[in-house]
Ligand binder design. Structure first.
Ligand code: SAH
Length: 269
């Protein structure tokens, strides 16, 4: 029996229509699907009835299957000759541990392939009417993790460099709900103006999408008042103004799986 292949497939940011054609074809062929928590669950309807589906979903403090076990599972299933789809939210290589999983497969001699996905870092702002770049407004965008407590001495995030990135263009902050206030403090300390436009997008591209618009100085309070929950991201930069300039109107992009009780998105100015 020959070994199977592990496909690290990006499921996209939430709207089930945003998986790639290649990713969907693999999902339909898979013998085993090992998926994260943040994937559009509608996609699991596409899986073969006789395929094995494993939920490796993990909330921040409740790691359902520890990472080493997920790695081992990928290898074990492929060694049993299975076509394995590892379905991950957004893009597998954007804060998704896709690199670690691919390296693990490589070291175990398991063939693997990456099928990139539409990252929430770009798609959630887009659905909110915010392009991450715009001529004359932002000629660069930076994606940073807010997962680390800035108070920790070993924090790997260089905030003066992040502040420079805000001056150079757009900053997209993923996993920033918990430490937002501290991160904003670091940016203000590093010289970013408090009046910089900022937005918070919760459940981007999903029927429950909410968009909150403010400034760097106010976004923390606004997000807290709105009880923003994960998954949410923050966009900081002049591009946020394009939403109010008209791009917010174009966001009712047709969805693959329209939801009858779609909530209107809310805006707190
Ligand atoms: N690989 C994923 C990111 C994984 S990190 C990607 O490319 O999108 C998880 C973080 O992504 C969340 O904490 C949140 O900040 C962001 N995120 C994922 N889906 C989101 C969504 N639908 N709306 C807003 N933010 C989202």
């Amino acid at each position: 029996m020959s070994v199977g292949t592990v496909y690290l497939v990006g499921a996209g940011p939430g709207d089930p229509g945003l998986i790639t054609v290649k990713g969907l074809a693999l999902l339909r062929r898979a013998d085993v699907v090992i998926h994260d928590r943040l994937i559009p669950h509608e996609l699991l309807r596409e899986v073969r009835a006789d395929a094995e589906v494993i939920d490796a979903g993990k909330a921040q403090h409740d790691h359902r299957i520890p990472q080493p076990q997920i790695n081992a599972l990928l290898v074990e299933k492929a060694q049993a000759g299975k076509l394995v789809v590892r379905l991950k939210g957004g893009d597998p290589f954007v804060f998704g541990r896709g690199g670690e999983e691919a390296l693990y497969c490589h070291s175990a001699g398991i063939p693997f392939e990456v099928v990139p996905g539409v990252s929430s870092a770009i798609a959630a702002p887009a659905y909110a009417g915010i392009p991450v770049t715009h001529r004359d407004v932002a000629s660069a965008f930076t994606v940073v993790t807010g997962h680390e407590n800035p108070d920790k001495p070993e924090s790997a995030v260089d905030y003066p460099a992040v502040a420079a990135a805000v001056r150079a263009g757009t900053l997209v902050l993923l996993m920033g709900v918990t430490y937002l206030t501290r991160i904003v403090d670091e940016l203000l300390k590093a010289g970013v103006e408090g009046v910089k436009p900022a937005a918070c997008i919760e459940a981007g591209t999903l029927p429950a999408q909410r968009v909150i618009v403010g400034t760097l100085a106010t976004i923390g309070t606004l997000a807290q008042a709105a009880k923003v929950q994960s998954p949410a991201l923050f966009v900081i930069g002049e591009v946020v103004n394009l939403r109010a300039a008209g791009l917010g109107e174009g966001q009712q992009v047709e969805r693959a799986d329209p939801h009858p009780d779609t909530l209107p998105d809310t805006e707190i100015q």
